[in-house]
Design a protein around this ligand. Structure first.
Ligand SMILES: Nc1nc2c(ncn2[C@@H]2O[C@H](COP(=O)(O)OP(=O)(O)OP(=O)(O)O)[C@@H](O)[C@H]2O)c(=O)[nH]1
Ligand SMILES: [Mg+2]
Length: 400
């Protein structure tokens, strides 16, 4: 991904699903106009999900995802089906590809019920229309395409473009501030920080402050005191990286609102309302409880260090309990959460909103408290109250 591109996690994810040989890969190639996925008449050609970023007007930047057949069998097949189900968890729009000659069956019914269960808007596409002679369904909704001769592909793209979009009006910080406000962003730079750039939540916040007509002042925690004393005007808000929360909280006068990037990010992803009461559940942990620590990606050294080293230590100290910690990362997230007393998830900056919300929903359905790193760290350091004070409904929740 180029640095100027829309991050993967902010793109609309369009997943193509169906049984083996329905022509999913062929349709994906036709839609993207690229020979991106391998096509063959052998069943089970696609063995791993294939992701491709592209511009799809009028939807804008999207990720197109080709998946293995959902009817795959055997032990390898079962693994592929599992991967396909994981793709579903981040799919914003689903396309069910049906072989027009074979029609719909159990596999298609199962996929349709998964789309409905997960509330994913979907389109049904009958492929191989070139082979059909007069057997088309008399259903105005059904879309007939041929990946081979390209018929119907243009209409498919138009329908994808018209599909209901996720709420893109949500903002990371812009709705909390006024034009010409000073916003101080505190970003510690330690050995784990990426070389020569800022991490995604910081970039996104800076951009949103500027979009709001406000003024972003960016400094390390070691320069915060000096920044505040020379700014000449009281900042409307200080936002810090969770790692420096203690020091920043001490250096920021009480009357200045203070929060963290992870709290803003959790709100942006729509999970703050679950993560705050989730963090409060730490107080109820017992000896021998099993704790799941879930990372969204496998390559953020900074998160990895927090998740596997610092966080377990902080949680142990905070609760004073003997806990056993278990870890998962990337797209692996256990379907059965019942062994765990509580879940701590990373900020999820590399996961799209649907996937993060899906994980929270799994936890909520199974009655397991879940929070994220930033909210947990704030809670452990006794500053969660301060960092959510600007969201009164949550502050009330916390004091219950
Ligand atoms: N005639 C015709 N053949 C098609 C069309 N689309 C795909 N095919 C053929 O159907 C076969 C399967 O196509 P794929 O795109 O590999 O199907 P898939 O659904 O991705 O299959 P798996 O990856 O095995 O799950 C290939 O031989 C394609 O050439 C079409 O529109 N018309
Ligand atoms: Mg395929």
């Amino acid at each position: 991904m180029g640095l100027n591109d829309t991050p993967l996690s902010n793109r609309v994810h369009i997943g193509f699903f169906g049984r083996r040989n329905a022509g999913k890969s062929s349709v994906v190639n036709a839609v993207t106009g690229q020979e991106l996925a391998v096509v063959s008449d052998t069943k089970g050609t696609t063995t791993d999900p294939v992701l491709k970023s592209m511009e799809l007007l009028p939807l804008g930047p999207v990720v197109v995802i080709d998946t293995p057949g959902y009817d795959d069998e055997g032990s390898l097949g079962t693994l592929r089906v599992r991967k396909t189900r994981q793709v579903l968890n981040k799919t914003d729009i689903a396309v069910l590809v049906i072989d027009g000659q074979e029609g719909s069956g159990d596999c298609e019914e199962e996929l349709l019920s998964l789309f409905r269960e997960k509330e994913i808007p979907y389109l049904v596409v009958y492929n191989k229309a070139d082979l059909l002679t007069g057997q088309k369904l008399d259903d105005g909704e059904a879309l007939y395409v041929s990946a081979k001769d390209g018929s119907g592909i243009h209409e498919l793209k138009e329908r994808l473009g018209a599909a209901p979009k996720a709420d893109k009006t949500r903002r990371i910080i812009g709705d909390l501030i006024q034009p010409s406000d000073f916003i101080v962003l505190v970003t510690p730079i330690d050995s784990a920080a990426p070389k020569g750039r800022m991490i995604l939540p910081q970039q996104q916040a800076i951009r949103d402050v500027i979009d709001a007509g406000a003024i972003a002042v960016v400094a390390k925690e070691t320069e915060l005191k000096e920044t505040l004393s020379t700014l000449g005007r009281r900042p409307a808000l200080v936002v810090t990286d969770s790692q420096a929360f203690e020091r920043v909280s001490a250096d920021t006068p009480e009357e200045i609102p203070l929060t963290s990037f992870s709290i803003l990010m959790a709100r942006y992803k729509g999970i703050l309302d679950y993560a705050v009461p989730g963090a409060a559940a730490m107080k109820r942990l017992q000896n021998k409880d099993r704790i799941l620590i879930a990372e969204g990606c496998t390559h953020h050294r900074q998160c990895g260090d927090i998740g596997t080293v610092k966080l377990p230590e902080w949680i142990r100290n905070y609760t004073g309990k003997e806990l056993s910690f278990h870890f998962c990362s990337g797209t692996e997230f256990p379907e059965d959460l019942s062994p765990y007393a509580m879940i701590f998830h990373c900020g999820g900056c590399m996961l799209n909103e649907r996937e993060v919300r899906f994980r929270m929903k799994c936890a909520s359905d199974q009655g397991i408290p879940m929070t994220n790193y930033g909210v947990a760290i704030a809670c452990i350091h006794g500053i969660l109250g301060r960092s959510i004070a600007m969201f009164p409904h949550l502050a009330a929740e916390l004091s219950r």
